[in-house]
Design a protein around this ligand. Structure first.
Ligand code: TEU
Length: 530
């Protein structure tokens, strides 16, 4: 019998595949070179065909777009460049008709500096919203109140000349941090959650969920040491006092209570952007957000031993809850580039791994066709992080428009319209891959269909299996075994008898295996044991 993770009854996302959409780059219907909500509605049949259970939309709320939606100026309305509230209602209804939920993106750590709350707060120390943000007097030398460094570089403090106080921003200086010690802020975000849940939204991905509460005394961060993660060393400090504070867990539990008061429960997924696996687990005790992104896994090097360790450590720590697996998103290099070095064969192996792990899988738009990172010339960069840290390319290379078809406009925007970010290699596209049953797209489709239809793969336990050095092998439930050869040389894996359900090389589908499974380099199979 297939064992199911206990305590997850009624959690409709368990075992499912969800899909992130970066709305500016999915489908443009009004011919301005920027994707929009109606475009997403138009493409729902693609997602239904793929077997996607819910989509997560990167922010669609009102924004001056200093950080492309992650700087919110109104949490209760849709940005005009993407459509209207009515368009969003229509998308939610059309998705629901296909059994697809819609998750939005909540940005609670900070607002835009153009948000009326901050405009008021900056305008007067007596404004009712002044205390919604983190203000502090200058240090005795007139400099910033403490040594905190922004995620996007430089001091995390900006001086407001008029009041001679600094305000905190852990990202751009146009993204002032909200003060999560303030009960009014907490209550306001409860209202925001309910507003959207009541409109039929199935859940939220929560931006920088690990960072919302800061040390109340604003203590200095200690210096980084050699054994600290790379980003701490680059910043020169451990984020001891401005990230992963213990009080953050109370906020997560509070949001969870709001989501669980709905029927069916609404899903909350935290963007817990930590660098070490052990820093993730304090969030995953089963009482906080339902799911938390595993960024350290995505950053694991693509070797069988490193991945086995990362998965096994996650599994051991998260046994009572549901892990999340993701290879790409709008901030990090796409997995066919990062893990597979743009090698399509190895990218298929990575895809097979993602879609056969226990828990909930998030694909990022374009993953289904194996889209790779796109080189963006310096004068075309629009991401503030890329512009600031050039030659580090920032995040534009992973935000380019969806490659629907190898035609002028890529099926994304009308012919002749310049897209807001250049296209990648259009020979990799949905239409051509649809026509080819051996394509990456069909492999994605067939792996999702198999996962959803097979209790072992949907919810069965994960156990590592001994295998040659370059092979990552594991069982799912009692009846299935996955073997992935990440190396270049052939290997033989002791599997016991069975038959191949799906191979990355589709010619192997249906092959009967007596025992030793011969696995050429850069290939993998899902085996049903007999
Ligand atoms: O990302 C949080 C975060 O830590 C990342 O910004 C990461 O450090 C960075 O992208 C590496 O280059 C979230 C959003 O996903 C991101 O798009 C936003 O820019 C950021 O928050 C601020 O809202």
């Amino acid at each position: 019998m297939t064992e199911t993770t206990p305590g997850t009854d009624g959690q409709w996302w368990v075992g499912e595949v969800l899909y992130q959409i970066y709305p500016r780059s999915y489908q443009d219907t009004d011919g301005d070179g920027v994707g929009d909500l109606r475009g997403i509605t138009d493409r729902l049949d693609h997602l239904a065909w793929l077997g996607i259970r819910a989509i997560w939309l990167s922010p669609v709320t009102v924004s001056p777009n200093a950080d492309f939606g992650y700087d919110v100026a109104d949490y209760y309305d849709v940005d005009p460049s993407l459509g209207t509230l009515a368009d969003l209602d229509e998308l939610i209804a059309a998705a629901a008709a296909r059994g697809i939920g819609v998750l939005m993106d909540l940005v609670p750590n900070h607002t835009s500096d153009r948000h009326p709350w901050f405009v008021g707060a900056r305008g007067s120390v007596d404004d009712p919203h002044r205390a919604w943000y983190v203000w502090a007097d200058p240090a005795p030398d007139g400099g910033p109140p403490n040594n905190w460094v922004s995620t996007f570089g430089g001091s995390a403090w900006e001086l407001d000349e008029a009041s001679r106080q600094y305000f905190l921003h852990n990202f751009l200086d146009s993204q002032p941090d909200l003060d999560w010690w303030n009960e009014e802020v907490r209550a306001e975000f409860d209202r925001i959650l309910r507003f959207w849940f009541d409109r039929g939204v199935s859940g939220f991905r929560i931006d920088v969920a690990h960072m919302v509460v800061k040390d109340r005394e604003l203590r200095d961060n200690p210096p980084a040491v050699d054994s600290d993660p790379l980003m701490d060393q680059i910043r020169g400090q451990r984020q001891e006092f401005n990230s992963c504070r213990p009080e953050t867990h109370d906020v997560h539990r509070r949001w969870r209570a709001v989501a669980d008061s709905y029927d069916p429960p609404r899903l909350l997924v935290g963007e817990t952007f930590v660098e070490r696996l052990e820093d993730l687990f304090p969030f995953t005790d089963g009482t906080q957000l339902h799911l938390d992104f595993n960024i350290p896994f995505a950053h694991t090097s693509f070797s069988a031993s490193a991945l086995r360790d990362a998965i096994a450590t996650t599994e051991a720590a998260m046994a009572p809850v549901v892990p999340v697996w993701t290879g790409s998103n709008h901030d990090i290099s796409r997995f066919p580039s990062r893990w597979a070095g743009d090698d399509p064969g190895l990218a298929r192996v990575a895809l097979m791994m993602l879609l056969t792990l226990r828990g909930t899988v998030f694909l990022y738009q374009g993953d289904e066709i194996g889209m790779t990172d796109v080189d963006i010339p310096r004068d075309e960069l629009v991401d503030p992080v890329g512009i600031r840290f050039h030659p580090y390319a920032g995040r534009d290379p992973v935000r380019t428009p969806m490659q629907w078809e190898d035609v002028d406009g890529a099926g994304f925007t009308p012919a002749g319209v310049p897209p807001w970010l250049r296209f990648g290699d259009l020979t990799c596209n949905v239409v051509d891959q649809h026509a080819d049953p051996t394509s990456f797209l069909h492999l994605t489709h067939d792996l999702i269909a198999l996962r959803v239809a097979t209790p072992d793969l949907r919810t069965g336990l994960w156990r590592a299996v001994d295998a040659p050095a370059d092979v990552l092998a594991y069982t799912r439930g009692d009846g299935h075994l996955v073997a992935l050869n990440l190396g270049d040389a052939s290997a033989t894996v002791g599997t016991g008898p069975g038959s191949v359900v799906i191979g990355t090389d589709r010619a192997r589908d249906g092959e009967v295996v007596a025992d030793g499974l011969a696995l050429p380099g850069r290939s993998g199979v899902v085996l049903r044991r007999s």
